[in-house]
Design a protein around this ligand. Structure first.
Ligand code: B16
Ligand code: MG
Length: 225
């Protein structure tokens, strides 16, 4: 049976570009200011998670979940974002992860739609700076998404805007919470990264330069057979 795929929906941080590293550095700086140190292993649990939910997880790690008022927490989240915006200031096409433009070209040539389902409120800025805005038929505005990944909302919103059935969409993610969101949306989940964090994905590659639409569609066909 031929694959019925209509659209490919991308995560941004950790898939299109490695801003995941800049999120880590920005949170780490705030964590040090709050005397809540954390390592890369803990940082894995923040990937794909919204700004305020990430702050809540960091405060809980330091036993400070009740130490700040909602206004103070907004100020802390804004401070992290200032660190982050400083770090992404010099982003350009050189920061695209390997093989991403070839993969986007392959999807375009196959006549499929392309969407973005990032939890980042900075997604538009980053995509513009990378010079890849023109590839995307729709980018969901994270500021209008009520429920953070692993909830499927952001992927469902992207599919709706692309007029594609969720069951006919492929989602591409680097984070465990993101893969859970794709599966909860009823889509085919492609994971980029280590097997330990992406066990739930339908198909997984170690790095972005291994992403191939031909290979993914063959796997979708096999799963539909
Ligand atoms: P912002 P993605 C996510 O982006 C990041 O993985 C996550 O670490 C970050 O906290 C979240 O965006 C919110 O980002 O503070 O810029 O709104 O992976 O869903 O593209
Ligand atoms: Mg990500």
């Amino acid at each position: 049976m031929a694959p019925t795929i209509e659209a490919v929906i991308f995560d941004l941080d950790g898939v299109i570009t490695d801003t995941a590293e800049y999120h880590f550095l920005a949170w780490k700086q705030l964590g040090e200011e709050l005397e809540i140190p954390f390592d890369r292993e803990f940082n894995e649990t923040l990937k794909g998670v919204s700004r305020m939910d990430s702050l809540d997880r960091i405060l809980a790690l330091g036993g400070k979940q009740d130490a700040f008022s909602p206004e103070e927490k907004e100020a802390l989240a804004a401070k992290k974002n200032e660190h982050y915006v400083e770090l992404i200031h010099h982003i350009s096409a050189k920061d695209l992860l390997p093989g991403i433009t070839d993969f986007l070209d392959e999807i375009r040539a196959a006549g499929l739609k392309i969407g973005m389902a990032s939890a980042s409120k900075n997604a538009f800025t980053v995509v513009e700076a990378l010079g890849v805005r023109h590839y995307f038929d729709h980018i969901v505005d994270a500021a209008t998404v009520a429920q953070s990944k692993p909830h499927p909302e952001v992927f469902l919103r992207a599919a709706e805007a692309l007029h594609a059935e969720p069951a006919h969409c492929i989602g591409v993610e680097d984070a465990a919470a993101g893969v859970t969101a794709i599966k909860a949306a009823g889509m085919y989940a492609v994971g980029v990264g280590p097997a330990e964090t992406l066990a739930e994905s339908d198909y997984r590659v170690d790095s972005t330069d291994q992403l191939s639409l031909t290979k993914i569609l063959a796997r979708v066909s096999a799963s539909e057979a």
